[in-house]
Design a protein around this ligand. Structure first.
Ligand code: ZN
Length: 1126
């Protein structure tokens, strides 16, 4: 077998050399002059063409023979190993493979399969959002003064035995960028708010205030003197000032990925710990446009006990108010033992401003917003102004409030006599006089109420935790615990999307608005994560070997900190949401862009140290780094471009970084100056490669793709050399013309291009060869002709989408190659690239879809990708929440079209009893399944007008945007119930997402140096378990100085997965271990010096585990360890 194979390879090699030179000659002449590929039939070139066409056919046949032989060799090898749990360290000789091949049968422990299939027991006090949606009619009747609610009545004597206890909570909502940039808001408003706060809270110890955005607070702190800092510390110690949530921002809960949600929470909490010694207890989220249980889980894991949310669908609020379930324990769908419960308060009314927080009637409540006193800059739209409270009018004012049911009506919507009344709005308390107006007038009201026991009311200023403390006390719960008092409050599971604030105004537009930056966010996330991990490993290595080093540990730490903060800032609910002013978007984009450049500097300088054989030879030269990234983004609003690597006779070294914690075999693509390239791995074996043309710009050389391998979190080294090499093969091209049909087949998947505009037509299941229709098309949405139209927040379509059908047929280019084949279809607004990988690994199992979208010439249109399949999914589909968990969805006819769109951060899928079709995404977008078997994703939106939510502009700053996806079809034999409120991706699906979002990072050794010896770096002796994800290994700042400490935060997530999918030939290079990792045994070189289990953001240290070396996580758990390596 082996002999015949070598013979064939040799034979075809000689054949290839001849063909290849001829081919390239033509390739060069043809495509550089005729970018449209129209072949010149004149003269000698025509004859040459014909000959080459003939030779090409022969070559194709030859290639097919080789591919067949190779496949049978691989199959043979796998058959031999089939059934074995692990392939025993067998380095395949001469095949250029550094890693053991993936087992044909993925070994999964049966215990690891139980989680996804176990049935949950629910108590009667438990309710599911999916059931609530089934129940509601969404009819929106006029509720009177409380427009979206109902008339509230009460008896006068209801509080006779137990007085109403009112906590008025002053707050100021400071957006870190929206109508102004972060810095402009700070300069004009925020710094004055905070400065006045110090003075005005000190004037009266009964005054209180809460603050939540640490991005602003830390900026202010940096500019104030010690005396003022001490004054702030005293306010915090006395309980007058409370930091609520304490994240860097109040994040968007729809578009943010949990990596970034955690990172901004850690950044805020670490800042608080270092500078104030504060540990937040309560979450405060009044403005995010819909709420995710992922955020609830993260707050709980960070040690918070309570949380408050506000923007929830008005029908849901009304229903909860009528059931007195606005306060509940929020439990994760997947939680089997109530350990994720967090006490949550949902605000009942329309907004968090003063008119909507004291009770159901905004006309009344507005009269108690003393910033709106006559003569001020703002007034009450309900036309009755507030009156300053005086000795003369207090009785009248109070009896007015009582007569008009001030506070008492609101209290009727809750189960206890403790009442929350927030007092604030956007950027409130900027001027000293506003503090006086609010605090003095309210104090007079409180004094009056409290001195009249017959009124049965006790009112005071409070912080949000003061309120929750009193609430817990009133129900007999302990101050922080979750289990006592559960009888007092129900348990809710599910999520609170899609938000509507009135009528059919659903906020599903922002799931897609400014998609260019939603993608840029993800690029920074993956690079920041890689930089953090490499940086921490480099520091530990330098410490261990104690070599004098030029490594810029402090400078890199500064770059990392800045990138964490810029990424954190972008998680703000007007940033990643795409709902800021144009220039604010540019400000965010510039921050992301600079941070991407900076974390790349951290990556190359760390990778340089790690792969260098002779460590003392390390040098740091920022102006001319040893390693260079292979792509460059020219500006904040442009797509990245590959840099071209000069390849000559001297070996050019290329380092491939595997940022993930499992070993990986995956495609690396670089641009090179010559098509005659030989690729060698670190052992000197020739690696198979494919050379393709650069179509958009011939000066960019050639595309070289090869299959690289790297250890978990490892760095591989490859050599590129000029020279003829039979294992480097050229791709072949053809353009589809009228009436032509073409199919591209790799590993059982077929791209068929009939005359219409959809190229992907069939997907085949590898298990049983059954074929499924999968059609990819595009569609337009317009906006309604009503007064209110789609804008940055709202999606108000005119009707169902119309299929995209340009008058001109698209240009369809087909690429066929040994490693991948693709079909590129160019329409006026979209260039779609569908790619199949011929790799026996994760990449070979799904279709890669890349849509480059440009709708800059359109008016009031949104463009969607529509995937139609013959799966019988009915009205059910599934979207993820923050990339952390999956939420089952139901498309409902009783809701308008725009209400059936949900946020998609990592994936959307649909399924029937035998099959699941998943679309994995590399950027957050809005998704729906409006018909059985159909998936739809909005890719970009261009809208001419404001949608009346304060932004004051449309969305007209569209960019050329690249959206990337993977489409995965899997055979399903899941035990999951059709109506279960939870669902899990397969391991292959999880891993495909990782490949898409965390690709290999390739870096080339810069041209000038004589190549020093490089060695591959592998910090781990084996892959992490397939279901264990290293969320981050994040260096912790020293408390003594500004630089890094010797510790890092090790953040792990054990993913939930469904075993009801094939585990044959998944290409996964890992196994599962019942959630256990023995870190010390996994590390090759480093040792664990200390490790302790801490809360998510390192605020609390948990009692030490019996054996801290043995890390053990429950399914879905996210856990942080404080780790020191040496
Ligand atoms: Zn806001």
């Amino acid at each position: 077998m082996k002999l015949s194979r070598q013979f064939t390879v040799l034979g075809s090699a000689i054949f290839c050399v001849v063909i290849f030179s001829l081919y390239l000659m033509l390739d060069h002449i043809d495509y550089s002059k005729n970018p449209n590929g129209e072949r010149n039939q004149n003269g000698q070139l025509g004859i040459l063409q014909d000959k080459i066409d003939h030779l090409e056919r022969l070559l194709a046949e030859n290639n097919e023979i080789i591919a067949n032989i190779r496949d049978s060799v691989i199959n043979l090898r796998e058959t031999v190993k089939d059934g074995k749990m692990f392939p025993e360290g067998s380095m395949s000789q001469g095949n250029g493979e550094l890693l053991p091949p993936a087992p044909a049968l993925l070994p999964i422990h049966s215990e690891d399969c139980q989680f996804a299939s176990s049935k949950m027991m629910f108590s009667p006090a438990f309710f599911q959002m999916l059931d609530v949606y089934d129940l509601l009619s969404f009819d929106n009747p006029d509720g009177g003064v409380w427009k979206q609610g109902f008339d509230i009545s009460y008896q006068d004597n209801e509080w006779d035995n137990e007085p109403l206890q009112v906590f008025v909570v002053p707050h100021s909502h400071n957006d870190p960028g929206w109508l102004k940039t972060f810095d402009d808001y700070y300069r004009d408003q925020t710094q004055h708010i905070l400065n006045n706060m110090v003075v005005k809270l000190h004037e009266d110890s009964r005054r209180k205030m809460i603050w939540s955005e640490i991005s602003y607070f830390s900026k202010w702190w940096d500019g104030i003197d010690e005396q003022k800092r001490d004054a702030v510390k005293r306010l915090i110690e006395s309980g007058q000032l409370e930091v609520a949530t304490g994240g860097w921002v109040m994040p968007d809960e729809a578009n943010a990925h949990y990596f970034a949600l955690i990172d901004q929470l850690v950044e805020g909490h670490q800042w608080l710990e270092r500078n104030l010694g504060v540990k937040p207890k309560t979450g405060w989220a009044v403005d995010p446009f819909g709420h995710s249980p992922t955020q609830a889980y993260l707050l709980r894991q960070a040690g918070l006990s309570n949380m408050l949310i506000q923007r929830v669908h008005y029908s849901v609020k009304k229903h909860f108010a009528s059931q007195k379930t606005l306060e509940f324990f929020w439990r994760q769908n997947w939680d089997q033992d109530s350990s994720s419960d967090i006490l949550c308060h949902m605000m009942p009314f329309y907004s968090y401003d003063v008119p909507h927080t004291c009770g159901p009637d905004p006309k009344i409540c507005c009269q108690f917003d003393f910033k709106r006193l006559p003569g001020g800059r703002i007034s009450c739209p309900w036309r009755i102004p507030p009156q300053a409270i005086t000795d003369n009018n207090i009785q009248e004012r109070y009896s007015y409030t009582q007569r008009t049911l001030f506070y008492r009506k609101k209290s009727k919507l809750f189960r206890t006599n403790v009442l929350l009344a927030p007092l604030g709005d956007d950027f409130r308390y900027t001027e000293a006089v506003e503090w006086d107006q609010q605090f003095e007038n309210y104090q007079k009201l409180f004094d009056y109420m409290n001195s009249h026991p017959e009124l049965h009311v006790q009112a005071q200023f409070g912080t949000i935790s003061d309120y929750f403390e009193a609430l817990r006390k009133s129900t007999g719960m302990d101050p922080v615990g979750m289990n006592v008092g559960q009888l007092a409050f129900p348990v809710l599971s599910g999520d609170l999307f899609t938000y509507a604030d009135r009528d059919d105004h659903y906020w599903s537009g922002y799931f897609t608005s400014r998609p260019f930056y939603k993608r840029l966010d993800r690029v920074l996330e993956s690079h920041l994560r890689a930089a953090e991990v490499l940086y921490s490993l480099t520091l530990a290595n330098i410490q261990k070997y104690g070599q004098p080093s030029d490594y810029p540990a402090v400078d890199n730490y500064k770059l990392l900190t800045e990138a964490r903060r810029n990424l954190g800032l972008f998680q703000h609910h007007d940033a990643i949401a795409g709902t800021g002013k144009d220039w604010v978007v540019v400000d965010y984009g510039t921050r992301l862009y600079h941070s991407i450049l900076n974390v790349k500097r951290v990556i190359v300088s760390s990778a340089h140290w790690l792969v260098l054989k002779d460590k003392p030879a390390y040098y740091h030269d920022p102006s001319n780094p040893f390693l260079q990234m292979d792509d460059v983004q020219p500006s904040q609003d442009a797509l990245p471009r590959k840099t071209i690597l000069e390849v000559g006779e001297k070996p050019r070294l290329l380092v491939a970084c595997n940022p993930t914690e499992q070993a990986r075999t995956s495609m690396v693509t670089v641009y090179v100056t010559t098509p005659k390239v030989r690729v060698l791995d670190a052992l000197g074996h020739v690696v198979r490669a494919q050379v393709s043309a650069v179509w958009n710009d011939a000066t960019l050389g050639y595309v070289l793709s090869f299959v690289a391998q790297a250890a978990p979190l490892g760095l591989s080294v490859y050599q590129l050399m000029e020279g003829m090499e039979p294992r480097t093969e050229a791709a072949k091209y053809m353009f589809l013309q009228d009436g032509m049909k073409i199919s591209v087949i790799h590993l059982g998947m077929t791209l068929k291009c009939p005359e219409n505009i959809s190229c992907l037509q069939k997907m085949r299941l590898k298990e049983d060869d059954s074929e499924f229709l999968v059609k990819v098309e595009f569609a337009w949405y317009g906006t309604t002709s009503n007064k209110d139209k789609s804008g940055a927040y709202l999606f108000l379509p005119d009707k169902e989408a119309t299929i995209y059908s340009p008058s001109q047929p698209p240009v369809v280019r087909v690429t066929k190659g040994p490693l991948f084949s693709e079909v590129t279809t160019t329409f006026p607004h979209i260039t779609q690239n569908l790619r199949l990988y011929n790799i026996h690994g994760v990449e070979g199992q799904s279709v890669e879809i890349c849509n480059t979208v440009d709708i800059r010439g359109e008016i009031n249109r949104e463009i969607a990708m529509r995937i139609t399949s013959d799966l019988n999914s009915k009205d059910r589909f599934f979207t993820d929440l923050n990339g952390y968990q999956v939420q089952p969805r139901k498309t409902m006819a009783k809701l308008p079209l725009q209400a059936n769109f949900y946020p998609m951060t990592s994936m959307v899928y649909l399924q029937d009893s035998g099959t699941r079709l998943s679309l994995l995404t590399a950027q957050s977008l809005g998704a729906a399944s409006l018909k059985s078997g159909q998936l739809e994703v909005i890719m970009d939106r261009r809208l001419n007008q404001d949608d009346n939510r304060g932004l004051g502009q449309g969305v007209l700053d569209n960019k050329i945007t690249a959206n990337s996806f993977r489409l995965l079809l899997e055979k399903r034999s899941s035990a999951e119930e059709e109506t279960a409120p939870y669902s899990y991706p397969s391991l292959l699906s999880h891993m495909s997402f990782m490949y898409l979002n965390h690709p290999f990072i390739s870096m080339a050794v810069s041209q000038r140096s004589d190549a020093p010896s490089l060695i591959p770096y592998s910090p781990l002796s084996a892959s992490f378990p397939c279901d264990m994800h290293l969320v981050n290994l994040r260096a912790i700042q020293s408390k003594v100085w500004g630089g890094p400490s010797e510790q890092a935060a090790l953040i792990l997530h054990r993913k939930g997965f469904d075993c009801g999918f094939s585990n044959r030939n998944t290409g996964l290079l890992c196994t599962t271990t019942r959630g256990k990792i023995h870190l010390e045994k996994l590390l090759t070189d480093l040792k664990v010096k200390s490790i302790s289990h801490v809360s998510l953001s390192l605020m609390h240290t948990h009692s030490s585990d019996a054996n801290p070396q043995e890390i053990s996580l429950k399914p879905m758990e996210i856990r942080t360890y404080r780790l020191q390596l040496s």
